[in-house]
Write a protein that binds this ligand. Structure first.
Ligand code: UD1
Ligand code: CA
Length: 455
């Protein structure tokens, strides 16, 4: 049996935030969820999360009934934190301790750690750092055997020179952990019950300690403040960008793309700089996304081009469409194939069928548009009367002149032509020209007022 204990009770004082530290996002997902996902991939029999302050917020953010939540009412140290989970852990289990503020830890690293426990009493993940300050140091004897971990605050000058540090992540058998943890004391500078003291205990009992030195310091980076959060975010993003490029995506600059969700891509997809992809995004073959676009929960068909500065959310877009520059496509929008949405066009909760075009400065909301419709510049659907939203229906082959207002609810029947500048308040008949326009007059001989000359 494998049981995982995730420590998440830290207050995160250095984050200066009302949000519990473990809920701060990396790649759009809380650090705790990252660690829980890794735990799930390890197929642990049980996952225990030790939480403290802001516990309700933490539980609400996770919503997973399979988790065993252990409350640590007082923050008495990492050893005390693990102890909160021990009563619920099967005595025959292997226990893996993870930290919710170390979100990038890889499953393979943890699998190795667990595997090594087969030949040892305790398996520990360390890392060599150029600047080890702040971390617990791995103290070895002359034969290289680990003796103990000394926390920075308890370490003398010589010990502080050791650059191999504790990542905090370890695996051991429940029965050993129980014995070590129950006898911990807090005779140290911080007055805390240290999990790291288990190492000295194990060594003293003659246990075999395996230390895996992480080959990849980036995956064991911890987050205590916003600077470290940003560092972890950049590392994570570069990893996502590299993975996309390995799948064949062309990135104008891998350091200027942000991925906050699950992305699936076809062949020959290319992303220009400063593109943000969020939620569930599917980009089919040959989709190109211009600079500074934000795509959230979108499905885009092949050969579609999204031009710069466009924002698209909760939408399904067909093949060979051209969107933007400066287009805004809001939730519940469906575009067919070969649809063009041009600059400064906002589309909300609307369906636009094949070969229709809305090229300039329009608002289309709660509307069904048929095939081959042309919507002139400046056309808007007046879908809201101050109390309710009303829908607009536009049939196939309709031509709408520029600067037209369509007062919903309304039905523009197929083949209608609407004259430019019209305010359309009633349904229009098929294949006819409809317009509402005041007569043009010319005032003969009218003089523009002139400015008085100053003396
Ligand atoms: C800890 C280790 C240190 C290691 C470092 C790696 C100890 C004593 N020290 O130090 O050797 O180099 O991590 O990042 O273990 N937590 C609780 N309850 C508590 C105290 C802590 O849940 O009572 C949680 C925190 O939320 C955090 C983790 O345990 O996720 C580590 O605690 P923290 O106080 O950050 O330990 P460090 O001083 O960083
Ligand atoms: Ca820490």
């Amino acid at each position: 049996m494998l049981e995982i204990v995730i420590l998440a009770a830290g207050q995160g004082m250095r984050m200066h935030s009302l949000r519990p530290k473990v809920l701060h996002p990396v790649g759009g997902k809380s650090m705790l969820l990252h660690v829980l996902k890794t735990a799930a991939n390890l197929s642990a029999d049980r996952v225990h999360v030790v939480y403290g302050q802001g516990g309700d917020m933490v539980k609400a953010a996770v919503e997973d009934d399979s988790i065993h939540w252990c409350h640590q009412s007082e923050r008495l140290g990492t050893g005390h934190a693990v102890l909160q989970a021990m009563p619920a852990i099967d005595i025959e289990s292997t226990v893996l301790v993870l930290y919710a503020d170390v979100p990038l830890i890889r499953m393979e690293t943890l699998q190795n750690l667990i595997l090594e426990l087969g030949q040892s009493t305790l398996s520990l993940l360390s890392v060599k750092l150029e600047n080890p300050s702040g971390y617990g140091r791995i103290v070895r004897d002359v034969h290289g055997l680990v003796q103990c971990i000394k926390e920075e605050n308890d370490a003398d000058v010589e010990t502080r020179k050791i650059n191999e540090v504790n990542t905090g992540i370890l695996a051991a058998r429940a029965k050993d952990l129980n014995r070590w943890l129950e006898n911990l004391d807090n005779n140290n500078t911080q007055g805390e019950y240290y999990l790291t003291d288990c190492i000295a205990r194990c060594a003293r009992e003659g246990g075999r300690i395996h230390v895996a030195v992480s080959a990849n310091p980036a995956e064991v980076m911890g987050v205590n403040d916003k600077l470290q959060l940003a560092k972890v975010e950049r590392t994570y993003q570069l990893g996502r960008a590299n993975a996309m490029m390995r799948q064949g995506v062309t990135l104008a600059d891998p350091s200027r793309v942000d991925i906050r969700g699950d992305i699936s891509v076809g062949q020959d997809v290319s992303l220009d700089i400063n593109v943000i992809l969020e939620g569930q995004v599917r980009l089919a073959d040959n989709v190109t996304v211009g600079a500074h676009c934000i795509l959230k929960n979108v499905d885009i068909g092949k050969d579609t081009e999204v031009r710069p500065f466009s924002a698209i959310e909760n939408a399904v877009i067909g093949e060979r469409c051209i969107i933007g520059p400066y287009a805004r496509i809001r939730p519940e929008t469906h575009l067919g194939n070969d649809v063009h949405i041009g600059n400064f066009v906002e589309v909300k909760k609307s369906t636009i069928d094949d070969n229709s075009k809305i090229n300039h400065l329009s608002y289309i909301g709660d509307t069904q548009i048929g095939k081959r419709v042309n919507v002139g510049a400046g056309t808007i659907t007046c879908n809201y009367d101050g109390a309710s939203k009303h829908s607009t229906q536009i049939g196939d082959d309709v031509f709408i002149g520029s600067d037209t207002q369509l007062i919903a609810p309304i039905h523009i029947q197929e083949g209608s032509t609407l004259g430019a500048g019209s305010t359309i308040t009633r349904d229009t008949p098929a294949h006819e020209l409809t317009l509402s326009r005041s007569k043009q007059v010319t005032v003969p001989g009218w003089q523009r007022p002139g400015k008085k000359l100053k003396k």
